[in-house]
Design a protein around this ligand. Structure first.
Ligand SMILES: CC(=O)N[C@H]1[C@@H](OP(=O)(O)OP(=O)(O)OC[C@H]2O[C@@H](n3ccc(=O)[nH]c3=O)[C@H](O)[C@@H]2O)O[C@H](CO)[C@@H](O)[C@@H]1O[C@H](C)C(=O)N[C@@H](C)C(=O)N[C@H](CCC(=O)O)C(=O)O
Ligand SMILES: Nc1ncnc2c1ncn2[C@@H]1O[C@H](COP(=O)(O)OP(=O)(O)OP(=O)(O)O)[C@@H](O)[C@H]1O
Ligand SMILES: N[C@H](CCC[C@H](N)C(=O)O)C(=O)O
Length: 496
């Protein structure tokens, strides 16, 4: 594609050099540039991509997108904001793949991964070809790859959406993080349905305030039906959690048809008569397409919300309630979400991905509901992330646990000992006596101690890392899988 064609997509830009220069790929990271690529210099939060222009050209970049001139001898497309230009250019370069599929985007603090998995299970159960993108995995056709991010940068996102469209995908179900919305990663994507799960504290390191965090998530809904992204004939839906106060605001901002789900409110799709056990959940689902009794294998009230979101999304696609019911009831636990670790021990061990105060509240209150003995909880807080959530996570875990093992999550570049100390004020505030919690920076040791203390009827909940198979310390990802470590600890204890 010629540089001038890409320039024509941007309202404000000019070319320095030959506009007929052909680019054969797009790249935002100088270390990944291939000959013929267009290298976009992004002024980032940590470093400035313009500094790597020369390196990109050495690697074969045929042209650059810049915000100001840089001293390298290739044609340049000068733009006002290269991050914004990135999404526009990527959509055009890859031929607007989101217009060739029905896209369902899920945003919210917690429940995105679970909801996308459930929607995927129902739609693929109906024979639709589905693609999936989110925190755990990306599925394109029959190919499944692990993911490092919740929502990809625009260039990578559009490239993968093109692959999805090319293999004949009917529906792409994707998680849309608040970072992605704020940084314009999904700009230009045409969503058929935007789903909102909930809004509680997280990521204040990035967004600063809850108001800004809420506004970032709102971009998914304010753009739905408002931003021209092609195929304007098709209806679009904002599927909102009626029990979350943020939904009222999102409903006002969207031009899409608002459909609600909930438990405590009069929603379009709602659950009644909820019964929760350690094996699963029963509820009656009242919808605009009839009523049905569900018995799912997913545990907890929060999973009723995730189920309702998925049921509503599927009903909006014209799937009958009976068919929705049979697909949803067949779903087992999602990877690392209240996942049972069974190595033959006489007590229940669960691994969960709760890593926010509300996620922990939901996971632990659910566990507490069906635990006859004591709740032993192992948890920590990630480094280089919202520090203000740490005492809140301490407080909520102390509220529900009989014994707490405060340990490291992914310390990243922070001092693990300091992260633990940041959690303690919350535990103290809850009034938990000092003999009922321990600070153990080594996560393996913490898991081993919890397993060693458990007796029949107790439940050990290992929270925070769920499906993650690593622990990130000072930029190095060490092999570490809570499920594996827990199994080893159980085998160690019951060896004889
Ligand atoms: C806040 C955030 O999302 N930042 C992301 C963003 O950083 P940035 O734009 O500030 O980039 P930067 O690191 O300053 O670099 C500037 C530019 O120089 C380029 N560069 C840099 C070095 C080099 O040698 N060569 C080079 O070309 C970079 O590729 C980039 O284009 O772009 C970078 C390149 O793609 C990302 O690595 C970085 O993610 C950071 C590491 C991150 O941790 N992001 C997390 C918080 C995130 O996005 N999380 C959400 C999930 C949240 C949820 O739970 O809901 C997600 O969607 O994954
Ligand atoms: N609807 C919900 N409301 C509150 N908590 C939830 C909900 N669904 C799941 N959780 C809790 O949050 C944890 C993470 O769930 P899930 O992976 O589905 O969320 P997510 O939004 O994808 O998270 P992230 O984007 O941070 O990876 C679960 O392990 C569970 O403890
Ligand atoms: N998407 C979330 C995941 C957090 C997972 C938790 N294990 C941690 O490292 O804090 C984030 O990047 O904040």
């Amino acid at each position: 594609m010629q540089l001038k064609e890409l320039a024509s997509q941007l309202a404000v830009s000019h070319i320095l050099g030959d506009g007929e220069t052909v680019v054969t790929g797009i790249q935002t990271d100088s270390r990944k540039v291939r000959p013929g690529d267009l290298f976009l210099c992004i002024s980032g939060l940590v470093t400035d991509g313009h500094q790597y222009a020369a390196k990109a050209v050495q690697a074969g970049a045929a042209a650059l997108v810049v915000e100001h001139d840089v001293d390298v001898e290739v044609p340049k497309l000068v733009v006002k904001d290269s991050r914004y230009a990135m999404a526009v250019i990527a959509c055009h370069f890859y031929g607007y793949p989101s217009r060739e599929m029905k896209m369902i985007g899920v945003t919210g603090t917690n429940g995105k991964t679970t909801s996308t998995y459930l929607i995927d299970a129902i739609l693929s159960g109906q024979g639709f070809r589905t693609g999936l993108m989110g925190t755990i995995q990306m599925k394109i056709g029959s190919q499944v790859t692990d993911m490092e991010r919740t929502t990809l940068e625009a260039v990578d996102l559009q490239r993968h959406l093109r692959q999805m469209a090319d293999v004949g995908t009917d529906y792409c179900i994707m998680e849309v993080s608040s970072h992605a919305l704020d940084l314009g990663r999904v700009k230009g994507c045409r969503f058929r349905t935007g789903v909102f799960t909930n809004l509680t504290q997280d990521h204040l390191d990035y967004h600063g305030t809850m108001e800004r965090y809420q506004a970032a998530k709102g971009l998914l809904f304010s753009r739905l039906g408002n931003e021209f992204t092609g195929r304007s004939d098709e209806r679009q839906f904002a599927l909102l959690n009626a029990d979350d106060p943020a939904s009222a605001e999102y409903a006002k901002q969207t031009a899409a048809q608002v459909v609600t789900y909930g438990i405590d409110s009069e929603a379009d799709v709602r659950a009644e008569r909820i019964e929760i056990s350690s094996k699963g959940t029963r509820f009656r689902c009242v919808t605009f397409k009839g009523t049905a009794d569900f018995q799912t294998k997913l545990v907890g009230k929060f999973n009723v919300y995730n189920s309702l979101a998925a049921i509503a999304a599927a009903l909006l696609e014209g799937i009958e309630l009976d068919a929705v019911k049979s697909s949803l009831e067949a779903v087992h636990a999602v990877d690392g979400r209240l996942e049972v670790v069974d190595a033959g021990q006489p007590f229940l061990v669960l691994v969960d991905y709760a890593h926010t105060p509300d996620g922990l509240d939901n996971a632990l209150s659910t566990v507490k509901q069906f635990t006859k003995g004591r709740v032993l909880c192992v948890f920590g807080c990630g480094g280089d992330r919202d520090r203000t959530k740490r005492p809140l996570m301490g407080k909520v875990t102390a509220k529900y646990s009989d014994y707490l093992y405060v340990t490291s999550d992914n310390p990243r570049t922070e001092d693990p000992g300091q992260i633990l100390l940041d959690i303690v004020p919350g535990i103290e505030q809850s009034g938990m006596p000092a003999e009922r919690y321990e600070l153990i920076a080594d996560r393996r040791e913490a898991i081993e101690k919890a397993i060693a203390r458990a007796t029949p009827d107790d439940v050990v909940l290992i929270a925070g890392k769920g499906h993650e198979a690593y622990q990130e310390i000072m930029g190095v990802k060490h092999d570490f899988d809570d499920r594996q470590v827990a199994k080893e600890a159980i085998r160690g204890r019951f060896r004889d």
